[in-house]
Write a protein that binds this ligand. Structure first.
Ligand SMILES: *Cc1c(COP(=O)(O)O)cnc(C)c1O
Length: 421
């Protein structure tokens, strides 16, 4: 039996209706930007396995460091104990994060990092004796699949069974450069009738909403409004973190810093699952007290796993290297050229780009999980490229280490797919 056949016996895959989507591909090896399946086919990983493996798969600079850490310290409880990989990682992160960030709280997946950010925002006010329980979030945002994260996600495609159990959330549109006044009016009326604890947002690029991009000045104005009203700002940089938008973090494009930042995905370069929530000293101090119950009583068994910390440290070294910074610039320029070439194509409705993220919308209506979308997905795979269209959006977010030839191949297959829509 093939792996693909054995898979069907006991496995239940994420985001999958197994009755209508019986097929999965068994990947046996990954190296650099390539994935290899059990039938010997290879695919360019043009979305870096959900934006994680940004330095290429099985990058030896990361795997060697983790292999040696494995001989030293594998796992230890992070309550009551500490260790050098976590300490070094906190120091490395504080150096590159927006300059008001001062404390790092570890977890092990993006949704949990968001839950922690939400809990920090709610408890911040609670500890100060203020009852604030409303959260503000963008329409079409995505923040994960646990309850708090689902609540703030506007993009709830199949959240029907859970909606009765959600947190209290008010939604605002994303800033488009023209709607600033309207958004600020909406915010003013929200704070008049609600006790608002926090605002959670994906800065500049909404990944799951199909790489929707918004205006940095408009976002900055929202952040300033929040500061003025003691609304805790939580930047969900799980997708945008670590260089995607051309800067180390998307929050660095605005001059108002968030109070809290959530990170995961590219944090370990895809090697190990890890996440964290950073915050300013002001947030931390609201929990620092002789009263034990004012502490943040949240913890995950694998918090600050030494191997994951080591992978993250190696990843940050790579991110800051001249080589990767040069690659990022090259990809941005290359996307610019492709954009000029493709944006006037009759099948293309619009294009957009932020750093190494490039997206184009097709001139057709498509369901998020519909037949045409599946046809495109199959076409890409058959031509050796792994791309996952979201509705009528095709986007690229390839590893920074993608070669010029591989990137050209990705562009070419996108151009070819326009012929079949
Ligand atoms: C992927 C993602 C999450 C959820 O992270 P998981 O590790 O899948 O739980 C949250 N927020 C954003 C912006 C994401 O892209």
């Amino acid at each position: 039996m093939t792996l693909k056949e054995r898979d069907k016996k006991h496995l239940w895959h994420p985001l999958t209706q197994h009755k209508t989507h019986p097929e999965t591909i068994a990947i046996t090896k990954a190296k650099g930007c390539l994935l290899y399946d059990e039938n010997g086919h290879e695919y360019i990983d043009a979305i870096a396995s959900w934006y994680t493996c940004m330095y290429g798969h099985c990058n030896e600079y990361i795997t060697d460091r983790v292999a040696s850490q494995m001989q030293q310290l594998d796992q230890v409880v992070f309550s009551g104990f500490t260790h050098e990989p976590a300490i070094k990682l906190s120091e490395a992160l504080i150096e590159i994060l927006p300059d008001n960030q001062n404390k790092i709280f570890f977890s092990d997946n993006g949704s949990s990092a968001v839950e922690i950010g939400i809990k920090m925002a709610l408890q911040f006010h609670f500890n100060k004796g203020e009852k604030r329980h409303t959260l503000i979030a963008f329409e079409d945002g995505f923040h994960g699949d646990t309850f708090g994260a689902m609540s703030v996600s506007g993009l709830s495609v199949y959240n029907g069974p859970f909606e009765d159990f959600f947190l209290e959330v008010k939604r605002i549109p994303t800033p488009d450069g023209k709607n600033n006044e309207t958004i600020l009016d909406t915010l003013t009326s929200i704070v008049k009738t609600n006790k608002v604890a926090g605002f959670i947002y994906e800065p500049l690029v909404q990944g799951a909403a199909a790489m929707k991009m918004h205006d940095s000045e408009g976002l900055n104005a929202i952040l300033k409004f929040c500061k003025d009203h003691k609304i805790i700002t939580v930047a969900d940089e799980v997708m945008t973190g670590f260089g995607k938008t051309g800067k180390h973090f998307a929050s660095l494009h605005m001059n108002t810093n968030p109070d809290i930042i959530c990170l995961s995905k590219a944090l370990t370069g895809g090697l190990l699952p890890m996440a964290l929530t950073s915050c300013s000293q002001e947030i931390y101090e609201a929990f620092y007290s002789d009263d034990i119950s004012k502490g943040l009583f949240h913890g995950h068994t694998y918090s600050a796993n030494p191997l994951a910390c080591t992978a993250a440290l190696a990843g940050i070294d790579l991110l800051r290297s001249e080589n990767i910074q040069q690659n990022i610039k090259t990809i941005i320029t290359s996307h610019n050229v492709f954009n000029e070439h493709i944006r006037t194509h009759p099948k293309v409705k619009s294009t957009r780009q932020a750093g190494v993220i490039f997206a184009l919308d097709l001139n057709v209506e498509m369901k998020r999980y519909g037949n045409l979308r599946d046809k495109l997905y199959q076409f890409f795979l058959e031509h050796g490229v792994f791309l996952r269209p979201l509705g009528n959006t095709i986007y690229i977010q390839a590893p920074y280490t993608i070669t010029k030839e591989q990137l050209q191949k990705v562009y070419l297959v996108i151009e070819d797919v326009l012929e079949i829509v």
